[in-house]
Write a protein that binds this ligand. Structure first.
Ligand SMILES: Cc1cc2nc3c(=O)[nH]c(=O)nc-3n(C[C@H](O)[C@H](O)[C@H](O)COP(=O)(O)OP(=O)(O)OC[C@H]3O[C@@H](n4cnc5c(N)ncnc54)[C@H](O)[C@@H]3O)c2cc1C
Length: 387
């Protein structure tokens, strides 16, 4: 077993750190205050080719695995860009995985290069207000009319829909009463035609610069050639992208947790109270040491899940566990970083309160911790399905 980075992975980490350097803590603090998509950051990563890290080489990507993509996302978050930086490119990295696996050559030629070059920006439309985590009950309806589908419905929490020109959309093509098993939903990758789609931003706790939205779809026309794979099989296609997405967000969470821990340790060494650095007190040391261990342990699970995925081995339990463990470790690290800063932890200029607000995202999305526990109980422990 070898836990060290390969020379190529070290190069990836160093190169990403270099691209991120101009986007320092003050940049992300300003973005957190003022909002506005971090176009310059997105552009810097696109220009240096990083958005295609996991895309096939024949379409302009680097053809690397989820291990490398996870390393990239960890590095972005750990520089202090946190979830604001990671979410600005997250969808690019593995979001179009169902297209890579199930799309035709013509579709890949049409869709992947502009995404890799940063000319297209995609959002991912799955969640709906009235179905929540019960994805098989989605209501947004796509009805075939000749060589088009016409879509009506509503999505919620769709990130980057303010700036995206494309949407990967899961919609119902068979009425729910006629559906068997997981069939009945279809996947489309198509233009986000704003004359038929209204996008309303949701005011939220953190990550102000990467928008999340309510999306109202009223008569969106999707050409048949924008359907990915077979009609009715969209849910199974989406499943292929779920494990890599969990691995990526877990990796981002660990990066964010480590950024918080670094700030906390720095402050604990500098801040003197009662004539000595606060970091000399075990009450300050122990929670930080515990967070370090929790982040390391979660990272091992991320690496294991990524390795399994890259070897084409089943990794559902590991990917879900990685997402759960990383999100919880990240949240605890951010909370400990605030405690370490005392009152200053609550001040925006010390950055850690922003990290804590962002740490909620990997806990809540793309799947809740409760549902992960249900999944492990059922699939690993053999207990009855509870949801
Ligand atoms: C910042 C942010 C960005 C997002 N970006 C996107 C995006 O780009 N695209 C997209 O499609 N979605 C996105 N989402 C949506 C996200 O994936 C969902 O919020 C998440 O999957 C949970 O769904 P829900 O909010 O409908 O929760 P619900 O399904 O309403 O669940 C509410 C609570 O009940 C619990 N619960 C429900 N059923 C059970 C059960 N049987 N047992 C135990 N507990 C249960 C859940 O665990 C949860 O805690 C985003 C969300 C956030 C917060």
């Amino acid at each position: 077993m070898n836990f060290s980075l390969t020379p190529e992975q070290e190069q990836i980490r160093d190169a990403i750190e270099k691209v991120c350097t101009p986007f320092d803590a003050d940049y992300w603090l300003r973005k957190d205050r003022e909002g506005g998509f971090p176009d310059d950051f997105h552009h810097a990563l696109a220009e240096s080719g990083w958005l295609g890290i996991a895309m096939p080489e024949e379409h302009g990507g680097a053809g690397l695995g989820i291990s490398e993509a996870a390393l990239m996302m960890h590095t972005i978050a750990a520089t202090g860009a946190g979830l604001s930086g990671a979410s600005a490119v997250h969808m690019n990295i593995f979001g179009l995985h169902p297209v890579v696996v199930f799309g035709t050559d013509e579709q890949k030629r049409r869709w992947l290069p502009p995404l890799i070059q940063g000319r297209d920006r995609a959002c991912f439309g799955v969640t709906e207000p009235n179905t929540g985590l019960n994805t098989l009950k989605l209501k947004t309806r796509a009805v075939r009319e000749g060589d088009h589908y016409v879509v009506h419905g509503q999505k919620v929490w769709i990130s980057t829909a303010q700036v995206a020109n494309k949407i990967l959309l899961l919609a119902r093509t068979t009425p729910i009463e006629d559906c068997k098993g997981t069939e009945g939903l279809s996947l489309f990758y198509t233009d986000l035609d704003r004359s038929k789609v209204e996008v309303r931003e949701i005011e939220k706790l953190g990550r102000k610069c990467v928008d999340s939205n309510q999306v109202f779809i009223d008569g969106l026309r999707i050409p048949v050639e924008d359907r990915v794979g077979e009609e009715g099989k969209g849910f199974s296609y989406i499943l292929h992208g779920l494990n890599p997405e969990r691995i990526l967000i877990a990796s981002e969470a660990i990066g964010l947790g480590r950024a918080a821990l670094k700030r906390a340790a720095g402050y604990a060494n500098e801040r003197e109270v009662f004539g000595r650095p606060i970091g000399m007190n075990q009450g300050i040391q122990h929670p930080l040491a515990k967070s370090w261990m929790e982040l390391e342990a979660a990272h091992l699970m991320v690496q294991k899940a990524a390795w399994l995925y890259d070897q084409h081995l089943p990794c559902g339990a590991e990917a879900n566990s990685a997402k759960y463990l990383a999100a919880e470790a990240c949240y605890a690290a951010c909370e400990n970083a605030i405690f370490t800063h005392g009152g200053m932890g609550y001040a925006k200029e010390y950055h850690v309160e922003r990290y804590l607000r962002e740490a909620w995202i990997p806990r809540l999305a793309p799947v809740s911790p409760q549902l992960i526990l249900c999944f492990i109980a059922e699939k690993v422990l053999g207990l009855p399905k509870s949801y």
